[in-house]
Structure formats: C-alpha cells, structure tokens
Design a protein around this ligand. Structure first.
Ligand code: SAJ
Length: 404
C-alpha cells in the first residue's frame, strides 16, 4: 500500500512517520521545499521528543520519502493548517488547495481522508469538489474525516494509543478509513458520519476552552473578593462530580484558542457560551497585563524608584518551547510597551534565544526582581524559593499563595 500525507507539520509529519513505521510506503508532501529537503535527510523540522530517531529510521529504510508534489498512491491524507481570517472566519483554502492537487491522481478504490480541524461540512464540500472534476469516480472512492487528538510533547504515544473518531461520507468510506487506521492505532476506532466527526473535534477543544474560561472567571471573582483561587478550586474539586481546570494568563496554542471560532462563525446565534468563553479567555490576558502595570506603578509610588520586574515564561503552556499564539508573550509585549524596557527581565528556560527579547536565566531574574510575575507554570519556576521581600504575581499557580 502507498499513501500520501499532504502537510508535514506538527501533526502531518509525526503521522507520516508512524505510518511508515507500520510498514506502509509513505510520501510526505509539503509546499515548503526546506521541510522536504530536511525530511529526506531524516531530519525533523519540529520539536517533538523521540521523533527524530524514528524519522531517521523510516527514511533510511526507504519507507518515508518527502516531495513538494503528491504522487499516485492508494490513500491521501490532508493534514494542512486551517487558520482563521481577520474576522474569525475559518480559512479552508489550504485544505482546498491540497485536495485540488490530488484530484488528478485519484483512481477507483482510493481513500481520501481529511485530518485538519475543519468547519462542519468541509468533507462534504471537498467531496463535491472532487466529483465535480472527476464525476466518473462517484461511489468508486472512499472519503472520510478523521481528526487528530494528540498533545504536543506526547505525540508518538498518543498517535498510537488515543481513541479516534472516524466519519465517512457513507458507511463504506468509514469502514475503509477505519481499516487504514487500525494498522497503527491501538486505541479504539469510533465510527460515525463525516459531519459528526468534524463537529466532535470542534466540540473537544471548545469544551476545554469553556472549562478554562470558567476557571479564569473564578480567578477574576476571587481577586475581587480576596479569596485564594487555587485553594478554592482544590476544595471545590473534592466534590466527586466537580472537576474545575486551572486558571492561567489566557489560552494559547493553535487549537483551543482557534477551533471555537469555527463554531461561532457558522452558528453565531446558537454558540453564545462558546463565544463568551473565548472573550473571557482573551480578556484574562489583558487583565494580567493591567495587573502587572498597576503593580509597577504602585511600587514606584511606594519606593520612589522603578521596580525590576521578572516576567517568568513566554511559552503557550508549561514545559514546552512553543511560543506560538502565547498569551504570556502577548502580556510581556503589552507590559514592555507601557514602560521603560530596561527594568523588565524576560525569562523562558525552554528557549535559548529570542529574536525580540533578551532572555535572562530564571534564577538571575528572580534574584534581581522586585516583582516576580509567573506567567507559565514551567517546572524550573517551582524550584524557586518563597521570598517575602518580593511582590509575587502568580497567574499560573506556581506559588499558589497569592490571590490572583
Ligand atoms: N490551559 C489553562 N488551564 C488549564 C489547562 C490549559 O489555562 O487547566 C491553557 C494552557 O496554558 C494553554 C492552553 O490552555 O495556553 C491550551 O493548552 P492545552 O494543554 O489545553 O491544549 P493544546 O492546545 O496543547 O492541545 C489541545 C488538546 N485538546 C484537548 O485537550 C481537548 C489536544 O488533545 C488536541 O489534539 C490539540 O488541542 C489540537 O491539536 O487540537
């Protein structure tokens, strides 16, 4: 069997490698020739533990090849980005372009699967596009949607062990796609239709966004009421049916802060809570920045000099080096633009250097700072001492002492 993965990014590349590892001949396709070149040398262009060794192995064995154009195969997987446009409207142009590139190669019996997070109805749209140009293939190829669910940092394990939802345009397509995934997935394969599978992905990430918004809203209430939110949540979670998540400095990354908009754009009247959760999580970052700025002003009034401030963390979540769509980075930018930069020390222990900010080692920044702002709960920060002479703004639960 020969398969083609279109898109060699954070999901496409690991999935292509795991598929090749299962003994299938894989061509990984990317429009970025640098990515193709590196992959063909067995070098990964993303950070993911354990993936480099696997990539080297499957490339050496000839099971994985990369190319800038798709080749004739038995199955095609669309794993390209689906960003949103300025007005939070989903942009499926990459899915469309990737689909158009394989339409001329399709033949009877082939399987076509979309994995990219997509608005409800995208698989149906792509089906229509395929059959418009290749009407002779109607009822002769298999078309399905199967979203990924892996957590960056644990991708290799989760690609194999997570359950997956698979929805075809008809039962035969669902079966054909499930048959493919059963070659390397050890989790359960749950069969449904394409629309439900698309909605399921959006539901998972919107659900998490709403739950985080609840925790963030609690943190705002507690700040006003003078209650320690960390203690409050710990206590509330002792109830057997309550599982509140942790507040933070906002929601980042490429999934949870994006996918809910795919629902609010298409179902604006029905998705009130989902839209509000997005607002709350975005507002939390703004609120954190304001809190830091106010604390700096108060310090200056009380002490007659500007404070030294340590901004602890730039990544979008703990213990990773991924700064994309990071609320912490946004807060650092906002605080810096509000004052004289020289008193702000920026810390990110998972990154060696940054093109905008001069990074300071975390221990040095902590020692020098009058105000320590915990933005990301990196493990390094948990080793720092509790120093009552410093003002601590703990937005992510490092210290769990401060009220905000
Ligand atoms: N966050 C909080 N409080 C929490 C948990 C998370 O503020 O209690 C914040 C994080 O700091 C981060 C953001 O949420 O800024 C997102 O982080 P995350 O760990 O919740 O999720 P991602 O974006 O790394 O991965 C998610 C996962 N989806 C779910 O957990 C429902 C993953 O399984 C998906 O595969 C991925 O999105 C995706 O690709 O869609």
């Amino acid at each position: 069997m020969k398969v083609c993965f279109l898109g060699l990014g954070y999901i496409g590349l690991p999935t292509a490698i795991i598929t090749a590892q299962a003994g299938i001949d894989v061509t990984g396709v990317d429009i970025n020739s640098k990515v193709v070149e590196l992959t063909n040398q067995g070098i990964i262009h993303i950070v993911e533990p354990g993936l480099q060794e696997l990539c080297q192995k499957v490339v050496k064995e000839g099971k994985l090849k990369a190319s800038t154009v798709p080749v004739v195969s038995d199955a095609y997987f669309i794993v390209v980005p689906t960003p949103f446009k300025g007005n939070h409207e989903p942009d499926i142009s990459f899915v469309k372009a990737a689909t158009q590139s394989v339409i001329p190669l399709l033949k009877e019996g082939d399987l076509y699967v979309i994995e990219s997070t997509s608005p409800v109805g995208t698989t149906e749209k792509m089906k229509n596009l395929i059959f418009e140009l290749r009407p002779e293939l109607k009822d002769k190829i298999y078309i399905a949607y199967c979203p990924e669910r892996v957590l960056p940092g644990n991708v290799i394990y989760e690609l194999v062990h997570n359950d997956r939802v698979i929805g075809g345009i008809n039962p035969q397509s669902t079966e054909k796609a499930a048959d493919f995934y059963s070659r390397f997935v050890q989790g359960k394969l749950h069969k449904t239709n394409a629309k439900t599978a698309e909605m399921c992905k959006l539901t998972e990430n919107s659900s998490r966004d709403v739950q985080i918004a609840f925790a963030n809203e609690l943190s705002l209430i507690c700040d006003k009421a003078g209650i320690n939110v960390w203690e409050l949540i710990e206590l509330a979670n002792k109830h057997p049916r309550v599982h509140i998540l942790q507040p933070g400095c906002g929601v980042g990354g490429h999934c949870i802060a994006v996918d809910p908009y795919f629902l609010t754009a298409d179902f604006p009247v029905q998705s009130q809570l989902i839209a509000k959760a997005r607002e709350i999580n975005n507002y939390k970052s703004f609120w954190c920045a304001e809190k830091v700025i106010n604390s700096m002003l108060k310090f200056e009034l009380d002490n007659g000099r500007k404070p030294v401030v340590a901004m602890m963390g730039l990544a979008f979540k703990p213990d990773i080096d991924d700064l994309r769509e990071s609320p912490a980075k946004h807060i650092v930018g906002k605080v810096m633009s509000s004052c004289d930069n020289s008193d702000i020390l920026v810390v990110e222990p998972n990154v060696r250097e940054h093109n905008v900010y001069k990074l300071t080692p975390y221990q040095e920044a902590f020692d020098r700072a009058d105000i320590v702002v915990y933005l990301v709960a990196h493990k390094e920060f948990k080793t720092l001492p509790r120093d009552p002479s410093k003002i601590i703004l703990d937005f992510c639960g490092i210290d769990k002492k401060s009220v905000c």
